[in-house]
Design a protein around this ligand. Sequence first.
Ligand code: MN
Length: 209
Amino acid sequence: MKLNLENVQLIKNDLSEELLDHYSSQDLLAVDCEMMGLIPQRDKLCLVQISDSNEKITLVKTEPPHKAPNLKALFENSKVRKIFHFGRTDLAFLYHWLNIDIKNVFCTKTASKLVRTYTDKHSLKDLLKEILCVDIDKNSQLTDWGAPELTKEQIKYAASDVLYLIPAYKKLIELLKRENRLEIAEEACAFLPNLAKLDLFGYTDFFAH
Ligand code: MN
């Protein structure tokens, strides 16, 4: 599986009705976000990337005043599972900037930590390298995602961040089943939207004494 830029569409602000219908008909979607930094209250949400199982990828460039009713409808649709890698941050940004109270979330980093206990390497790059034997280029991670025009390199990077998430999800589900940890993984992922809200409210280490 290699990135085909012909499958990648860059649009502004929100999904069209047609894209909303298309993605709403899917069981699984891979989702990722790019922001100006890591603090939701300070740093803008710049890009929301979506891929379906056929690698139809849409990059939604979100700009002020950050209104995306169709993205909200898609992400709040509990019939469609949204797969993230380290969803905790993305969820906080989606909630803060687009008022999205996401439903039916899965996080490949959470799953990886629960099942790949033989390693502490749970970055997307390390995970994909091991379980799918693909090496993704992370060189554009720390670039200006708020620029009016994204570079070709940024577009490739943003698309490749969602391209492999559904295959990784399927592989992780197999591993979780094998190790009898699917149920705890599902429960941990189901709590992520609440964890993201607690993060936004300023609670740190919520479960500490
Ligand atoms: Mn990303």
